[in-house]
Design a protein around this ligand. Sequence first.
Ligand code: SF4
Length: 430
Amino acid sequence: MGMDQTTPNILMTRRRALACGAAGFAGLALNSHAGWLDSLFNLSGAEAPADVFKGDAPSEELWALWCQRGWVKEASHYLKLDRNVQCKTCPNNCLLAPGDRSHCRNKVNRDGTLYTMAYGNPCTFHIDPVEKKPLFHFLPGTPTFSLATSGCVFRCLNCQNWEISQKKPEETKDPHGPAYRLRPPLPSELSLQEMSRLSLFPDDVVAVAQSLHCPSISYTYSEPTAYYEYAYDTCQLAHEQRLKNIIVTCGSIEDRPLRDLAKFVDAAHVDLKGFSDAVYQQLNAGKLQPILDTLKTYHELGVWFEVINLVVPTYTDDLEMIKRMCGWLVANLGPDRPLHFSRFAPQHKLEHLPPTPVDILVRARDAARAAGLHYVYIGNVREVPDAGTTFCPNCRRAIVERDVFSVTAYHLAAGRCRFCGTSIAGVWPA
Ligand code: SF4
């Protein structure tokens, strides 16, 4: 479920997908940092690959233009199954015959090789305060250079960025006309036409972020797992140049690509969209367990991350479910992991629902605190004065106060509460 209304009738059925895999099994090879035995095991597991867009790879003419622009790169984690391929980047495990397009819309099988079309071609970028990600315990008050390409591994009914996340690369970019590579010095403004044909390769992203005095780059708005190769190369270069990398993600990613990427990640925002597999299937066309695995892996690897839970009326506003979620967070990630409850606003396919009532959000925050979480926030509300305030878990004083995305008071010194000296979890300015 979850395909949008514009989805063409070219989806590969589960039966056809399995047949496609079986036919090509003899020619199995792997283009991945992962062990091939692992991948072979997963291939024969119980989970069927996600629906893909059958025969929807771009025309020869468009492909040639895309290649000329440098907007194509061979995928980094996939299996070759004779002329079929299986992507191993996210749990969708797309199985593609030649000419097919992936579930996330960004990858295609060309003659037995899996390519991403979302490379060096962001469809949007901005400078945001890091609080907007939201990250409240990571270099507060700093700007972050934020970018996205088309595509997503999920189909969230409430997606606020569906105009890019549920689009193909060629619906957001235009390879016609003269090439345009964005490098410093930057123009004062860009026309829509320039934006649609501009390239921003990994070294350009780093140079642009540096020229704008942003200490970090955020991979955000859509889903970085859907543009993994672009995000990976950019993260690696940024890391070498001492810029921080922030991943804003739904958390649905396979273990090997996650661990490869995490070497260069300084902070992550991970959505935990609910605490029920049935809700994940209905609301997001996803699964819960891979998200829990991602949270545990980031925790194990010591990458700073914060958890975001959007409270959607009738889907994820059940207080008992919220209590179970908070219990799991405390038991598996400890009491110091920040949790942000976020208010739903009607959009995309859930325009008929009301915004989340504020009292539900306050009760969710109370439940999270009662479960033992030290840092609990409410986002997208103005009615709760301390919704974005960080309290010291020891002396209970307000140590960071915020007005939406601005820091208005800051009482930490080298990551410690100025009033009682308690160490506050996070990455703080020295
Ligand atoms: S990243 Fe895209 S192509 Fe790869 S498995 Fe996930 S949805 Fe499919």
